[in-house]
Design a protein around this ligand. Structure first.
Ligand code: F6P
Length: 364
């Protein structure tokens, strides 16, 4: 293998640049020519590639987003368009592709390298990057740690006002199909309740969860009656409707008309910003395993921030020189991811159990 390309795709995640940088430096260090694909799979279709060297990636580790740009490319669902992409890579003599992205992006890589479709010697390795942490097997994807820190920082600020005014705040965070960000940031910001899609609650149950936390706070004898509720965006009830229904029910329960909730939607703020040290480390080490994996001839694998001993042996290869990182069969990872998002995997059931247990103590 003489030439490889790196592509970032889907929602950007802080730490993607660390992976681009490490893959470039390690690739060049091993004598490879390294190319960056701009604007994700769309840029690949449009042949928007640039050669990358150490000078191009020198300081990008500090920056959020991705220096290569990203896109969500629906065209890539069509086999004919993937043929076009393979032609672009073949014309440039690129034999190895590293895709840094989430579930959809890595599904695209699996299709691109499918031997049934692919008649060129193309090898591909994925690196998980998604602030939602919605990929199975990897304990953390790139961007998750920074996103949690951003949420906690925002919640600490919101808590100042909530405490001063004895108010309830419902804070909505990203997480379309996975409540990991909501769950972890709720613990780290000492929230009184957390709402996430895996709990599979009806709207009425969601409302009652919040009402219970508010009523408990009102019963406190001390002055501070702050209530912080973290809601994942994937919980169906729109936040304004939730607020209105909570206010109404709290009035019924307490007989008081002056208790009102406030809502804050953090939205894309959660996805931006300088990557944390941990995300820089994870991005760099996963990229190290990806370059090493390509050079060892592996393909259709994902690098995971998980020790090999935690993955069934038939689906895993050791990442040389990094005991914390595994090379996991990509098809298996995406199958596990589907089960996780559909709520049928043992892992999700474990999460539901743990959070059912801690729900009670959060609102104490
Ligand atoms: O990156 C994942 C994610 O942040 C989801 O939580 C969110 O719903 C989605 O991306 C929004 O992305 P965009 O607005 O860029 O399509």
């Amino acid at each position: 293998m003489r030439r490889i390309a790196i592509l970032t795709s889907g929602g950007d995640a802080p730490g993607m640049n660390a992976a681009v940088r490490a893959a470039t430096l390690l690739g060049v260090g091993k004598g490879l020519e390294v190319f960056g694909v701009q604007r994700g799979y769309q840029g690949l279709l449009d042949d928007e590639l640039i050669e990358l060297g150490p000078r191009d990636v020198g300081a990008i580790i500090r920056d959020g987003g991705t220096m290569l740009g990203s896109a969500r490319c629906l065209d890539f669902h069509e086999a004919a368009r993937r043929d076009d992409a393979r032609r672009v890579l073949a014309a440039r003599g690129i034999e190895g592709l590293i895709v840094i992205g989430g579930n959809g992006s890595l599904t695209g890589l699996l299709a691109l390298t499918d031997p049934a479709e692919c008649d060129i010697p193309l090898k591909g390795i994925g690196i998980p990057a998604s602030i939602d942490n919605d990929l199975a097997i990897t304990r953390l994807a790139i961007g998750v740690d920074t996103a949690i820190n951003t949420i906690v920082e925002a919640c600490d600020k919101i808590s100042d006002t909530a405490s001063a005014h004895d108010r309830t705040f419902i804070v909505e965070v990203m997480g379309r199909r996975c409540g990991y960000l909501a769950m972890t940031s709720a613990i780290a910001s000492a929230a009184n309740a957390v709402l996430f899609p895996e709990m599979d609650k009806s709207d009425d149950e969601v409302v009652e969860t919040v009402v219970r936390a508010v009523v408990r706070a009102q019963q406190r004898t001390e002055r501070n009656k702050r209530v912080l509720v973290i809601k994942a965006e994937g919980v169906d009830i729109p936040i304004e409707r939730l607020k209105a229904r909570v206010d109404e029910r709290v009035r019924e329960e307490t007989g008081r008309t002056n208790i009102e909730t406030r809502v804050t939607v953090l939205g894309h703020v959660v996805r931006g910003g300088r990557p944390s040290a941990l995300d820089r480390m994870i991005g760099s080490r996963l990229a190290n395993a990806a370059v090493g994996g390509l050079l060892e001839g592996h393909s259709r694998m994902m690098t995971a921030w998980t020790p090999p001993s935690a993955v069934p042996t038939e689906h895993v290869k050791k990442a040389r020189s990094d005991p914390q990182v595994s090379l996991v069969d990509l098809e298996y990872t995406l199958r596990e991811t589907k089960a996780m998002l559909e709520g049928t995997s043992n892992f999700v059931k474990w999460r539901q159990k743990v959070f059912a247990e801690i729900e009670e103590v959060l609102s104490l």
